[in-house]
Design a protein around this ligand. Structure first.
Ligand code: SF4
Length: 363
């Protein structure tokens, strides 16, 4: 059985105005989103800004209230439980946010930041608590010399390590990683990704990885779900989606990987225009105003998400429609970006962490 099974998850937000807080509109942030995550694996949710990735993650974490659907975590349907029982059941899932500086309280020491979830969610105290805090810091590559420092004394990479140690405190099964490396520079990103990979193997963690960097997604995820305007348009094993993308939005997303070489920027034109408003999403297929393959049926009928060619896909295009030219453009854009990314990484000085001042050791 999967560790996490999300079925038909729908999250709408009301826009209210005036003294009476009258509802004047509805934001369709996520509509009938379905996916599953196996134990010990990584599922990446990808898509442009406004596609609903973070809304789905927040619904799983209990930070917003879905209108419809189910979230089955470790065999229990969270949305069918009372609030108190939901809180207990969600101890098995933790989150790491994008910005390590704003996710840590600047007034607290590292010791208190990591000890806080243990004080709230476990029985341990005193020496056992300190030992557990040190153990968690060592798991993420920090040591006792860091215990009494505050977040402003650390680099971005070190702060993200503290955030990871804090997330590991209650021994979760699932970690929701909300763009955990996008605020870090390239060499630090690589170290954090290596750390996450090691922790996943050692602790059999499952990751729901939210990202827009497709090169990172390809290297860390075993499965990918592509979202557009609140809906999953294509999902499946990473190798299948990256080597043989079939949905026009996935193809455009892969072909739009930016390249610093001006001679290679033509591929970026694959995805033109902005994501339409989620307040009034387009009829039929939500991608139809930007899709170069749209047909008459596309703005009239919502394409169902169905199993096809080793993945799930929502598109009216016939199974044998020739997409080889677009697939080739997507592959070329990806390989160029990967080569240039490696060259940039090699050009950077190694060593991620900024020097930190020596502080007196208090225990
Ligand atoms: Fe394009 Fe139509 Fe497929 Fe939507 S359903 S992606 S508009 S071809």
């Amino acid at each position: 059985m999967s560790l996490l099974e999300v079925e038909d998850l729908t999250v709408h937000f009301k826009i209210r105005r005036g003294l009476t807080r009258k509802s004047i509109d509805t934001v369709h942030a996520a509509d009938e989103v379905s996916f599953s995550l196996e134990r010990g694996t990584t599922l990446a949710l990808v898509g442009e800004s406004g596609s609903g990735k973070t809304t789905v993650a927040h619904a799983i974490l209990g930070l917003n209230k879905p209108q419809k659907g189910s979230i089955v975590f470790a065999g229990r349907d969270l949305l069918a439980l009372s609030r108190g029982t939901q809180r207990t059941a969600r101890r098995g899932m933790q989150v790491v946010f994008q910005d390590p500086y704003s996710s840590l309280n600047p007034r607290m020491t590292v010791h208190d930041l990591v000890a806080e979830p243990l004080r709230v969610g476990s029985e341990i105290s005193g020496d056992a608590l300190r030992e557990r805090v040190v153990e968690l810091l060592e798991m993420v590559g920090l040591g006792t010399q860091h215990l009494w420092r505050r977040p402003h004394e650390f680099s971005g990479g070190q702060c993200q390590r503290i955030a990871i140690a804090r997330a590991l405190a209650l021994s979760p099964d699932l970690m929701v990683l909300d763009e955990p490396t996008s605020a870090l520079d390239v060499s630090v990103q690589a170290r954090i990704l290596t750390l996450l990979h090691r922790l996943q193997i050692e602790l059999t963690l499952s990751y729901l990885f939210i990202a827009h960097d497709l090169a990172v997604v390809e290297s860390v995820a075993s499965a990918v779900a592509v979202m557009y305007l609140g809906k999953i348009v294509e999902s499946g094993p990473t190798a299948t989606i990256f080597e043989d993308p079939r949905h026009p939005y996935t193809l455009a997303l892969l072909a739009s990987v930016p390249s610093p070489d001006p001679d290679r920027r033509s591929a970026g034109a694959a995805l033109s225009g902005d994501v339409p408003s989620a307040i009034d999403p387009p009829s039929g297929c939500r991608f139809h105003p930007r899709c170069k393959f749209r047909m008459d049926v596309c703005d009239q009928e919502i394409p169902p998400l169905e199993d096809r060619d080793g993945r799930r896909i929502a598109c009216h295009l016939p199974r044998d429609f020739d997409l080889s030219a677009e697939q080739e453009a997507a592959r070329a854009a990806r390989s160029t970006a990967v080569v240039e990314d490696r060259q940039r990484s090699r050009a950077r000085p190694r060593g991620d962490e900024t020097p930190v001042p020596k502080m007196p050791r208090r225990w």
